[in-house]
Design a binder for this molecule. Sequence first.
Ligand code: MN
Length: 193
Amino acid sequence: MKHELPKLNYSYDALEPWIDAKTMEIHYGKHHQAYADKMNAVLEKYPELAEKNPIELMKNLSNLPMDEKDRSAFKNNGGGYINHSLFWKVMGAKKEVDESLVRAVESAFGSAEEFKKIFSETALGQFGSGWAWLVWDENGKLKIYSTPNQDSPYSVGHTPVICLDVWEHSYYIKYQNRRAEYVENWWNILKLI
Ligand code: MN
């Protein structure tokens, strides 16, 4: 079974002007597709794994019955597949505020504004390519951190809630090196909070 990209629930230009249509087209159609293709190529070698949900496989990353080269390829490309699938879902042109999440964020970080401040600092502090995350940790607590490359919180037993891609491919066409401006503008299209 080949895993396909989840459908985008909006058009490439829906997130304008904060994320431009060209970036969406390349990011979803080329980058995300490439992660899916490469993940599928690894899983094809393991028919007993290929039918499973990639998230379930990622939760079991260190114990997957594959050689180290393939494990590394799944970590990177399965991670890229899973991470982007969530990224498209948390964004939208219209707010769809998750009130229970907002209350949990206020309880964990003091206020929604404080949460945004810490999350933005974390996104800006990620050196090089990676992601900023809001996750539920293994004890049911909300945590903010960043990961390099396509590392997935699922691989350490956490459940991601919100993610922000800070790879340059996610902002370079519009923002060039101005990651701070991209991060600041991104709050306009995060629909959950
Ligand atoms: Mn990306």
